[in-house]
Design a protein around this ligand. Structure first.
Ligand SMILES: Nc1nc2c(ncn2[C@@H]2O[C@H](COP(=O)(O)OP(=O)(O)O)[C@@H](O)[C@H]2O)c(=O)[nH]1
Ligand SMILES: [Mg+2]
Length: 254
């Protein structure tokens, strides 16, 4: 049993990827278990096997405690963490090849709160977990946004300490050269530096070189895999990257 936590900014495609990557895995004769950790999810593109909404009612918390939407989200995620034992038992009562965990729409609710850590520590088997950080290519085509997103990935990596793969989702929705440019930034520091300097319009040479170096150090150690959750393009490569991490983890355990 291997557990994959899907994180990313709102709308990046976490729930869609959870759904379609599971469909793809099933076509490869891999069994999957889908977990929804979003207490405020209205409708999901998949039928979760384990669902926090069975334990926590976001709407009821909002009404009964007279909270606004954001305060109710925070109260809900606290409540979710109280049910961590139940959630763990629910997951452990199955024994699938892959557990795919869809996380709340608002990234900061999960990634930068204690509850997120409690959930990732308690769901799944130690040493057999990975985090997928979903990138939106429409946002990342701008090199400054790519830099911001890379630092976000690094800070999430620091928070959780789990092996991470960056998944560049929605590649069906952008021109191929945009995807290649983003990949280029993770493969060549020069191309990153050239595009950064162009955006920063000179004058900030030292800053841009240092930023480029820091970003390059991060992205060259966290792989970026382009996929489409609509066409399933890139899923074989994503699966291969996950398999590599599984086998490296097993080597470490010996
Ligand atoms: N074109 C395209 N749209 C996508 C893809 N993945 C997700 N979407 C769309 O992006 C929007 C947000 O997706 P959702 O999975 O709800 O994002 P979440 O908030 O991260 O869970 C939806 O309209 C999806 O249909 C993709 O690979 N390609
Ligand atoms: Mg979602």
């Amino acid at each position: 049993m291997y557990t994959v936590f899907v994180v990313g900014t709102a709308g990046s495609g976490k729930s869609t990827l959870t759904s379609s990557f599971s469909d793809w895995l099933k076509e490869q004769e891999q069994s999957t278990l889908l977990v929804n950790l979003d207490p405020a999810a209205h409708s999901l593109p998949y039928e979760p096997d384990v669902d926090v909404r069975d334990y926590v009612d976001y709407e009821r918390i909002m009404v009964s405690r007279r909270l606004g939407p954001n305060a109710a989200l925070i109260a809900s995620i606290r409540e979710v963490a109280r049910y961590v034992e139940e959630l763990r038992e629910d997951v452990n009562s199955f024994n699938p090849d892959f557990v795919i965990v869809d996380t709340p729409g608002q990234l900061e609710l999960f990634a930068f709160r204690r509850e997120g850590l409690i959930l990732t520590e308690n769901i799944g088997v130690e040493g057999r977990k990975t985090m997928l950080f979903i990138l939106d290519p429409i946002f990342c085509t701008n090199v400054k946004n790519f830099v911001a997103s890379t630092f976000l990935a690094a800070s999430i990596y620091l928070s959780f300490g789990l092996p991470m793969i960056q998944v560049l989702n929605k590649i069906d929705a952008v021109p191929r050269e945009h995807v290649e440019r983003i990949q280029g930034w993770s493969e060549s520091m020069d191309s990153l530096l050239v595009d950064l300097e162009d955006k920063l319009k000179g004058g900030l040479m030292i800053f841009s070189r240092e930023v480029a170096q820091a970003v390059y150090d991060i992205v060259s150690s966290i792989p970026i895999i382009p996929v489409s959750s609509i066409t399933m393009e890139g899923f074989p490569e994503l699966h291969a990257a996950l398999t590599r991490i599984v086998s490296e983890g097993e080597l470490e355990l010996r």
